[in-house]
Design a protein around this ligand. Sequence first.
Ligand code: HEM
Length: 186
Amino acid sequence: METTEITELVDSARLFSGFSSAEEKLLEEVGPEVIPHLSRVTDEFYKALSVVPKAQQFLDGRTEKLKTTHTNWLEYVFRGPYDDKYAAAMYEVGHVHFQVKLPLEFMEGGMTLILGALTPVIAESCGDDMQRFTRILCAINAALGFSLIIMQKSYQLSTLEGELDNFLQVTGMSRKLFDKLSQTNL
Ligand code: HEM
C-alpha cells in the first residue's frame, strides 16, 4: 500500500472509530496501570477462543507463541503512537491473518472478546469513578475499532487481488490489458 493510501485509510478509520488524539492521550495515561494486567487479558482471550471449534486449527501447537505476540500488541495499544507506521503494521497483521486463511469474522469476534476481557481490568482500576471508567472504555473501543478497520481493509484488498489473479489466469488476459480496460469509460 502506498504511503498516501495509508494516510487516507488512517484518516477514515479515525473518523469511523471516533479515535482522536484525546483517546490516544488517555490510553497512554492509563497504560502504566493497565499494562501489568495484560497477560491476564490475553489468557482470558485464549480461554474464550478455546471453546470456538473453528478456531482450534489456527491455535493448535502455537498458542504460547500467539499469547506472547498478542500481549506485545496489546501493550502497544496502551503505549502508541498511533501513527502511519502503526497503521502499516496493522495492515500487515491483517495480511498475515488473511494468508493463514483466518475467516474475516474472527477478526471482529477477536476484538469483541478482547474488549470483554479488558473491561473488568478497567473496572478494577476505576473503582466507583464511573465517569473515568466510561471514558477509558470508550477510548479502548475506539482504538480497537481503528485497528480492526485497518485489518479489514487489508483482507478486502487481498481478497480482490486474489480474485483478479484467478480471473486473469482463467481468461489469459494480461494485467496490463486489464488495467487499461478498467480505466476506459465504456
Ligand atoms: C482480532 C484481534 C487480533 C489481533 C490484534 C491479532 C494480532 C496478531 C499479530 C500481531 C500477529 C503477528 C503477525 C506477524 O507475524 O507479523 C498475529 C498472528 C496470528 N494470529 Fe492473530 N490477532 C487477532 C486475532 C486472532 C484470532 C481470533 C486468531 C485465531 C483464532 C488468530 C490467529 C493468528 C495466527 C494463526 C497468526 C499467525 C501466527 C504464525 O505466524 O504462526 N489471531 N496475530
